[in-house]
Structures are given as structure tokens and as C-alpha cells.
Design a binder for this molecule. Structure first.
Ligand SMILES: NC(=O)C1=CN([C@@H]2O[C@H](COP(=O)(O)OP(=O)(O)OC[C@H]3O[C@@H](n4cnc5c(N)ncnc54)[C@H](O)[C@@H]3O)[C@@H](O)[C@H]2O)[C@H](O)CC1
Ligand SMILES: [K+]
Length: 514
């Protein structure tokens, strides 16, 4: 699913109005009816108090139009206009007049002196700001937002939690609605999935207000959301007359004294992802460990007993995944550098391979085109430096991938795969996956996919999706706390099978931000 920017949504808005020969007010009515139907289906006329907080722009207009429909159906509502500007939008005013004809007069709030009383069992509809927010709300508006957040009432946001910018980082976290549910028009917004802002959204759903499909289809976006459909479109079915050679030979290089488990996890994950053959290259100490725990995996050893020093092998792997459990000993740095000097094979780099690169940035030039790097936030910081917010981080990563012609997998609650100008935001995974070895499994899956002929970008996107889905399946039987990396591997098969399940429900997503 494409994640459109605010600018693109406004454009779609304009094009739809022109093409369909409708007024902007009619489009607002469509949006308001969608909101109303969603609420009415769930509430069935229940006499719960609904407080609608509306701004003076079109987000507020949506709220006011929704209020009219709720009123017409006998709901118990109170309407407040947060009067933060005199520049009221035309369609807001049209809808305000319509509401008044029903003898409903909103309370106009122009300061934080009188905060409306809200019961914890009430419902708040948040229509204060939408995608038109262009500066941080004034202090008194922020105080009202804080009052709503503290109320414990269920908050339903129209389009986007008020106070969140659509395409830039937040300035004041105290001036953002903490939304229990967001009904977002046409497209979820990128900020729903970023670490800094994702926690303001508990759940979201898209309401299709029928913006011009032709424009939406033809428009390239900077970000895409990867769900089941997108993963399925990348998936490569197995062929009847294939043999193990068809699906490539993965080489996992890593390990050091006390950290051989990381290699076991990555190698085993590569096998479960479908790599035809898997070889592990480890220090001598790892030989019996690997041979005993993974009978399917072939093992080659370094000349050094405890760490990697002379990475040499005499076969042609399809792809090399390097770094897990490897350590950053000077001898390993030398061995890794010499390996990069000679290597011509596609690479996946993780953990200590990334740490070595961070300290020896000149090595970055030696990476073959389309190398996949899988840093967690700390490793990423070592590679690209610090960032002031998620948008700056994404910009820096884009520049980095352009400069070194590589792919970066920014690991997090919603992992984002970045290549040059584009980011792919993953939807699977859960907090139980923040556990030892989870990253090693991801490295193994991505490397194993690459071995089977997936392009680097597809292997990264699909690998991240499968890894998260395996976690979602595993957690059903383990619970968050007891999820361990080995259970992720055991669930890779079920994650593949899940690709072909027909979804029972429309897209309702729980946010995994923080
Ligand atoms: N997607 C669509 O096609 C449709 C969207 N609808 C709704 O419209 C809003 C966007 O409305 P807009 O009027 O452009 O902006 P807002 O209501 O978000 O903001 C109001 C207005 O206020 C000014 N402003 C911005 N920031 C501040 C601030 N911090 N303090 C004071 N004033 C501020 C600015 O001028 C804004 O224009 C979208 O989210 C949907 O809910 C349509 O109803 C249907 C079609
Ligand atoms: K809103």
C-alpha cells in the first residue's frame, strides 16, 4: 500500500473534485458519511456521550459534518470548536451553518480557561487538526490536547491525531493527541509507523473516500507499506523440477568464542527460509557446535581457534551473510578487510560486520553493489551519526544508500527497508521479538532468500515481512515474554503458509510504535 504525502493527498483531492465534477463540500460529506457509518455500525445508537472537538479547517469541517449525522440519528453529542484561527475554511462554515439549522450550537473555545468536563467512559472525536497542520499548536491548544489525553476517554481521531505533522517530525510531544483509533482517509500516514510518533496511534483503519484511483495509481510515493499483498507479489513459488542447487548456496560467516549460537541461528534460519544449501564458516571452536546442532549445515573453519582471522574458502557461494557473533578483535578486522578485498559475491552484513565498518568507513567503498546492511538503531547511529528526528534519520539513510549503492534495513517496531529514494515500511512483528538472536534470524532469512534468486531489495523486504510474521505466529503460543529466537525459526514455515490465507477482516492495524 502506498503511503501518500499530504501534498499528494491534497492533489488527489483537487483532481477528484475536478474529474467527478463535485464540490469540495460534497467530498467532505462523503468523508463524514464514512466516519458516521463506521461509528454507527459499532455503536448501534448507544447513548454514550460523544464529545466532538473540531478545529476551524477541513478536519474540523469533517467533525462538524459528522456531528450532524450523529445528531440526526439520536446520539448524545456535545460539539466544541477550538477557535485557534479566524481563517475558517469554507466547508467548515457550510457545515457549521447546517448544524445550526438543527438547533445545535457548538461551544467556542478560545483559551484553556474553561476545559470541558469529560467522563472516562465518554468518547472523544478528535477533529482539531488534520493533515493541514503547519506549525506546532499554540500553548493554549496544547493544554486542551493534554486535557483530552488525560481524560481516559476513548479518543477517535479523524484522519490523523491532531498535532501530528504528516511529513515532518514533531516539535512538541505534549501537543499531540494520543489516539486510541484513527480513521485515516484514503491512506495511512507514514508517521503512524515511525518510532517517535507511532506511539500516538493505538490502532488505525483506512476509510476509502473515493479519491481519483487513476491519480493514486500513477503517483509514485516515497514510502510503501508492506503487508500480505505486497509480500505475496514478491514470493517465488518452488518449481517441480528444481533441485537443491536451484535454490542457491548460502554462506554464513561469523562466530567467536562464546558466540557461536548467533551463527547457528542465522544458518538455521537460512535453511528454513529455503536456501538449497547452507555452509557456516566459523572459528575452529565452533566446529562441533555447528555439526552437532545443525546436521543439515556444512561447516568450514578458520585457522584460528577462537575468532575469525583468515576468511578463506574454496567454493562459490551464491551469497554471503557475514557478521553475526563475529566480534571486533583486530585480527578479525584484518580478516574481514581482506575478505572484502577479494569478495565478489552478494553480501548481507549484520552486527559486528557493521561495527567494524563504522570504525573503518573506508571499507564501505569495497562493498559490492546492492549489499544489504541490517543495523539496529545503535549500529545505525554508528554508521550514519545521530539524527534530530525520524525524518532526518530517513533522509540520512537515503543519502547513505545512494552514496554506497546499498540497501539499509532499519530495524525497529516497524522495520523500514531503504534503497536510494524509497522506503518500505513493514507491518508484521511484535514486541516479543526484542529478544536475543532475533537479528541473527533475520540475517539468515534475508541471506537465504538472496540465495534463492530474490533480488537484494525483494530479499530485504520479503525477509523482514516473513521474520515479523514468524514472530506474530510464534507469539500466539509463547506469549511476548517467552518468545525466543529459535521459535522464530520454527515459525518461518507457517509464515510462508500464512501468505496464502484469505484475510477475514478489512485492514485494521494495531500500531507497534514503541
Ligand atoms: N483527503 C481529502 O481529500 C479530504 C480531506 N478532508 C479533511 O481535510 C483535512 C485537511 O484540512 P485543512 O483545512 O487543509 O487543514 P486542517 O484542518 O488540518 O488545519 C486547519 C488549518 O489551520 C491552519 N493551521 C495549521 N497549523 C496551525 C496551527 N498550529 N495553529 C493554528 N492554525 C494552524 C492551516 O491554515 C490549516 O489549513 C484532512 O485532514 C481531512 O480531515 C476533507 O474533509 C475531505 C477530503
Ligand atoms: K484529527
Amino acid at each position: 500500500m502506498k503511503l501518500y504525502s499530504a501534498k499528494q493527498i491534497y492533489k488527489a483531492d483537487q483532481i477528484s473534485i475536478k474529474k467527478e465534477e463535485i464540490t469540495s463540500d460534497e467530498l467532505m460529506e462523503r468523508a463524514a458519511l464514512q466516519l458516521f457509518n463506521w461509528i454507527h455500525l459499532r455503536m448501534q445508537g448507544a447513548p454514550v456521550k460523544i464529545h466532538l472537538f473540531c478545529g476551524i479547517g477541513n478536519n474540523g469541517g469533517d467533525g462538524i459534518a459528522l456531528a450532524r449525522h450523529l445528531l440526526d440519528h439520536g446520539y448524545n453529542i456535545s460539539v466544541y470548536v477550538i477557535n485557534y484561527s479566524e481563517k475558517r475554511s469554507k466547508d467548515f462554515l457550510i457545515n457549521l451553518e447546517r448544524l445550526k439549522t438543527r438547533k445545535c450550537w457548538p461551544s467556542f473555545i478560545s483559551s484553556d480557561d474553561e476545559l470541558p468536563e469529560i467522563g472516562k467512559d465518554d468518547i472523544i472525536v478528535d477533529g482539531i487538526f488534520g493533515i493541514g497542520l503547519n506549525r506546532t499548536p499554540d500553548d493554549w491548544v496544547a493544554k486542551i490536547i493534554q486535557h483530552l489525553n488525560k481524560s481516559e476517554a476513548f479518543i477517535l481521531s479523524i484522519d490523523i491525531p491532531s498535532g501530528l505533522f504528516t511529513d515532518q517530525g514533531p516539535e512538541n510531544l505534549e501537543a499531540i493527541i494520543k489516539s486510541n483509533f484513527v480513521l485515516s482517509f484514503q491512506t495511512p500516514k507514514l508517521v503512524f509507523f515511525l518510532p517517535q510518533t507511532g506511539s500516538f496511534i493505538e490502532q488505525w483503519e483506512v476509510l476509502d473516500i473515493g479519491l481519483d484511483p487513476e491519480y493514486l495509481m500513477a503517483t509514485e510515493t516515497d514510502y510503501e507499506l508492506i503487508g500480505n499483498n505486497e509480500a505475496l507479489s514478491v514470493y517465488k513459488p518452488r518449481e517441480k523440477y528444481a533441485h537443491k542447487g536451484t535454490y542457491g548456496h548460502t554462506l554464513i560467516i561469523g562466530g567467536s568464542y562464546g558466540k557461536m549460537g548467533a551463527v547457528c541461528l542465522a544458518a538455521n534460519a537460512a535453511l528454513h527460509a529455503g536456501s538449497g544449501l547452507v555452509t557456516a564458516y566459523v572459528p575452529k571452536i565452533g566446529y562441533s557446535i555447528l555439526q552437532t546442532s545443525l546436521p543439515e549445515v556444512m561447516v568450514l573453519t578458520d585457522s584460528n581457534e577462537d575468532l575469525l582471522e583468515n576468511i578463506e574458502f574454496d567454493f562459490e557461494p551464491t551469497v554471503v551473510g557475514i557478521g553475526v557473533g563475529m566480534g571486533t578483535n583486530n585480527k578479525t578486522v584484518t580478516g574481514f578487510t581482506e575478505f572484502l578485498n577479494k569478495n565478489k559475491k552478494p553480501l548481507v552484513l549484520d552486527a559486528d560486520a557493521l561495527n567494524i565498518l563504522s570504525k573503518n568507513k573506508s571499507l564501505l567503498k569495497k562493498l559490492p553493489e546492492n549489499t544489504i546492511l541490517t543495523p539496529h538503531p545503535k549500529e545505525l547511529e554508528r554508521l550514519i551519526g545521530t539524527w534530530k528526528d525520524d525524518f532526518e534519520k530517513l533522509d540520512k539513510v537515503k543519502k547513505f544508500t545512494k552514496k554506497f549503492k546499498c540497501i539499509v534495513v532499519i530495524k525497529g517496531a516497524h522495520t523500514i527497508v531503504v534503497q536510494i529514494d524509497k522506503g518500505y515500511v513493514n507491518t508484521t512483528g511484535n514486541p516479543g521479538m526484542a529478544t536475543a538472536g532475533s537479528g541473527d534470524v533475520l540475517t539468515g532469512i534475508i541471506t537465504g532468500l538472496r540465495a534463492q534468486g530474490y533480488t537484494a531489495l525483494d530479499a530485504a523486504i520479503f525477509g523482514v515481512y516473513l521474520h515479523g510474521k514468524a514472530g506474530d505466529i510464534a507469539v500466539e503460543s509463547t506469549g511476548y515474554q517467552s518468545l525466543v529466537a529459535s521459535s522464530l525459526i520454527e515459525s518461518i514455515g507457517s509464515a510462508y503458509l500464512d501468505l496464502f490465507k484469505i484475510p477475514e477482516h478489512p485492514v485494521v492495524e494495531e500500531s507497534k510504535g514503541q
